[in-house]
Design a protein around this ligand. Structure first.
Ligand code: UD1
Length: 416
């Protein structure tokens, strides 16, 4: 299994380009199932999760071709509406095929994703929403078996804000009979990007980016050209890297308007952040103040940046409270950061982080995607060498991580 070896202590300098967002690409790839003609996508990052989704779509009969960051998906001949356990278990977002398959073909059989490292993460709201639209759904042998000769528009209130749940129901509603109103919908930029793509495919959607999304069903959808929105979490991660190392980094293809909560916290920590429409520049002298963080749905502070901001707090001046409200088990980076000398105590869903003057290199283990990113950040400032094991998590969400860090002057190498 691959490891990353990082020698800390180098202020990052230079510029890099941020990739297309993983969390936008995954639902948009699944949206290809709704279209009768090819969907042509660009800015699709070369990531493990993207590859897994394409393999799953190919298993169903989608013709996929890929070159560089472009992917063309032709779902005109689907021969199975089943997403098998072997494929779903490796990636929870596979549940995103459920809505499109059911809406277009009247049937879907999708393995239940099951638990995952960062909490139990049920899919009950996806199921209840589809039932509200008239689907008959049974759970059999670990599979969601869904049928509906034609979904019907409905008003559905989600009692928790769910990103993929909103996306699944929005996609399903595009081909339903009549109007669907999704209340308490997720407002994440990736939901908006999916809606933008669906609208180009012929869907009639209003209100994406607000908590009420209205979808007027249409008879059919067609392919279109769509460029996936930039990855705000990848950008946020490099922003924290620049801040922690006391560097100066310009991120191209990055949008500050998608990162308000993160930028505000970085400024509170004493970091300079400047931006224009397509880039963000971060400057830091490495002297950071502790900042409290509380995760919540967009536009509040994203849970996918919690571990990275905790890394920043480990070397900041003062004591920070980091509260996680989205997932119940998302502090697995704490133990590993402690191995690097961080002082962190966990009380329920809050971590109390007491900044220390210096972290020290050690061997640590990556446990999930964003936890792994936070360990890379810690390693970039730790004295000596840090070895990060099990970095396959990073390959799920960060395109060309070593290349990008190396371009900024970091000493990073991958070994087996
Ligand atoms: C998505 C993102 C993930 C991010 C998360 C929260 C993708 C592919 N992944 O995950 O990176 O960390 O949003 O911003 O976009 N819940 C239920 N029932 C449901 C659905 C969700 O109880 O049917 C709960 C979950 O357990 C969790 C909360 O709702 O506590 C939010 O989860 P959700 O927004 O659905 O996360 P994902 O869409 O899986």
């Amino acid at each position: 299994m691959d490891k990353l070896v990082i020698e800390g202590g180098i202020p990052l300098q230079g510029e890099i380009t941020i990739s297309g967002a993983k969390n936008a690409a995954l639902p948009i790839l699944c949206a290809s199932l709704l279209a009768e003609t090819p969907l042509k996508l660009s800015a699709v990052a070369k990531l493990k999760d993207v590859g897994t989704t394409i393999t799953l779509l190919e298993h169903m009969g989608v013709q996929a071709s890929r070159s560089e960051d472009r992917v063309v998906l032709d779902a005109s001949h689907i021969h199975t509406q089943e997403a098998p356990y072997e494929m779903v278990k490796t990636m929870r977002a596979s549940i995103l095929v459920l809505g499109p398959l059911l809406a277009r073909f009247g049937h879907a059989r999708v393995s239940l994703p099951g638990g995952c490292a960062i909490g139990s993460r049920p899919v009950d709201l996806h199921i209840k929403g589809l039932q509200a639209m008239g689907a008959e759904i049974h759970i059999e042998h670990g599979y969601i078996e869904a049928r509906a000769s034609k979904l019907k528009g409905a008003r559905y209130f989600m009692d928790m804000v769910t990103v993929t749940g909103t996306e699944n129901l929005m996609m399903a509603a595009c081909l339903a009979d009549g109007t669907t109103v999704l209340e308490n919908a997720a407002k994440e930029p990736e939901v908006v990007d999916l809606a933008d793509c669906l609208i180009k495919m012929g869907a009639r959607i209003e209100g994406a980016g607000t908590d009420i999304i209205t979808i007027h069903g249409v008879e059919r959808l067609h392919g279109c050209d769509h460029q996936v929105v930039c990855d705000r979490i990848e950008a946020g991660t490099y922003m924290v890297a620049a801040a922690m190392t006391g560097g100066c980094v310009k991120l191209n293809n990055a949008r500050a308007d998608l990162l308000d909560a993160v930028i505000e916290k970085l400024r509170d920590a004493g970091v300079t952040v400047e931006s224009d429409a397509t880039s963000i520049t971060v400057k830091s002298n490495g002297k950071l103040k502790a900042v409290n963080i509380r995760t919540a749905p967009h536009p509040a502070f994203p849970t996918d940046m919690q571990a990275q901001m905790m890394a920043l707090n480990t070397i900041a001046d003062g004591v920070a409270k980091v509260t996680e409200t989205i997932f119940e088990n998302r502090f697995m980076h704490v133990q590993e950061m402690q191995r690097l000398g961080a002082q962190i105590e966990v009380e329920g869903n809050t971590a109390i982080v007491r900044g220390v003057p210096k972290l020290e290199g050690a061997t640590v283990m990556a446990t999930d995607l964003r936890a792994s990113a936070s360990l890379v950040l810690a390693a970039l400032v730790a004295s000596g060498e840090t070895i990060i094991e099990r970095i396959y998590h990073l390959d799920r969400g960060y395109e060309n991580l070593e290349e990008k860090l190396t371009a900024l002057g970091a000493k990073v190498k991958r070994t087996s």
